[in-house]
Design a protein around this ligand. Structure first.
Ligand code: IPM
Ligand code: MG
Length: 363
């Protein structure tokens, strides 16, 4: 069989650190489970702006289209941050997502018992949190046209456009129902029905799609009310589906329940098996190059890659179990450190996970 091909884009800041960890775990797990995987590194984000003047070149898009999956680190940093720049590192990520048609961003949020003490929520509130946010990823405000700075009523201004087509809402809501079927069979759709026309439209389409899935419980909720309910009762939610911007905010909010954004993996999926995997956290320029970043979000993203692209649930389980054991054994990077645990750097955390990674059960 031909080897699986993974394009790896480390990006900026701590991106290269956590990607080195992810790549190592990927190699290790692939070997243990008898898969052939070829990883090819490509520039993205600020690293690409510095070399090519653009955050994502046509070649990188083509390589990603030709590959089975992309593993992305993080992009951005103060060097490329100015309100008046021509292009931003983030546009590189957006271009990749759009070019690959990755409309379904899956962000699982699971609070590990071992990390309850790091959660900003009280342990009795956070314990047992296990939800998935399905964020629409290539529509809405992020991509709507016009999107520009221009004169408005004789003074400088700016405009973004919030637009959703029926097919775009339908496909992400369907994904949510399919996802819920393998979980606790509850879908919550989040919109801003009371103010936005797109919100009313979203709710109508979601309600129609829901009728096709009578065995899954369905509700809709306003985005602001949900932001409050999410933090008040995090264990109540199973699959939450929402549009691009709300999904961006809500997934960061929910992510903090785990104690650190450094724990959150994600998968971005299209219809034709295309996929990109990345940690939810950003490039954390303040700790870049120090070797202390938490690699677990990337390692857990690699687990998602094994599950959803390689169709190797056993290997995915093994990686997730290894992470769980590493935490149970007290290994902590700085972001999740507590008194009485063992502070380690990125490399040692990765080694600890690999040491606990078990191959396929014999026989
Ligand atoms: C995320 C990030 C991205 C987004 C940026 C880096 C473009 O915040 O994946 O949540 O806003 O989608
Ligand atoms: Mg975000």
């Amino acid at each position: 069989m031909n080897p699986w091909r993974v394009v790896v884009t480390p990006g900026d800041g701590i991106g290269p650190d956590v990607i080195a960890s992810g790549a190592e775990v990927l190699d290790h797990a692939a070997r243990s489970f008898g898969l052939r995987v070829v990883q090819t590194e490509r520039p993205l984000g600020g690293a690409s702006i510095d070399r090519f003047g653009v955050p994502c070149t046509d070649e990188v898009v083509q390589d990603a289209l030709d590959a089975d999956a992309v593993l992305l680190g993080a992009v951005g940093g103060p060097r490329w941050d100015s309100p008046y720049v021509q292009t931003t590192p983030e546009e590189g990520v957006l271009r990749l997502r759009k070019s690959l048609g990755l409309y379904a961003n899956v962000r699982p949020v699971r609070v590990h018992d071992a990390l309850l003490g790091c959660s900003p929520l009280r342990p009795e509130v956070a314990r047992g949190t296990d939800l998935v946010i399905l964020r629409e990823l290539i529509g809405g405000l992020y991509f709507g046209q016009p999107k520009e700075m221009r004169q408005i009523d004789g003074e400088p201004g700016a405009v973004d456009t919030l637009v959703y087509r029926r097919s775009e809402v339908e496909r992400i809501v369907r994904r949510a129902f399919q996802w819920a079927a393998g979980r606790r069979r509850r879908v919550l759709s989040v919109d801003k029905f009371n103010v936005l026309v797109t919100g009313r439209f979203w709710r109508g389409v979601a309600t129609e799609v829901a009728a096709e899935y009578p065995h899954v419980e369905f509700r809709s909720m306003l985005a602001d009310a949900f932001a409050a309910a999410l933090v008040a009762r995090p264990t109540e939610w199973d699959v939450v589906v929402t549009e691009n911007t709300f999904g961006d905010f809500l997934s960061d909010e929910a992510g903090m329940f785990t104690g650190s954004l450094g724990m959150l993996p994600s998968a971005s999926l299209g219809d034709d098996g295309r996929a990109l995997y990345e940690p939810v956290h950003g490039s954390a320029p303040d700790i870049a190059g120090q070797g202390i970043a938490n690699p677990l979000a990337t390692i857990l993203s690699v687990a998602m890659l094994f599950r959803h692209t390689f169709d190797q649930p056993q290997a995915a389980d093994a990686i997730e179990a290894a992470v769980e054991r590493t935490l149970d054994d007290g290994f902590r990077t700085r972001d999740i450190f507590e008194e009485g645990t063992r502070l380690v750097d990125t490399t040692s955390m990765t080694a600890a996970v690999i040491a606990r990674l078990e191959g396929p059960a014999a026989g």
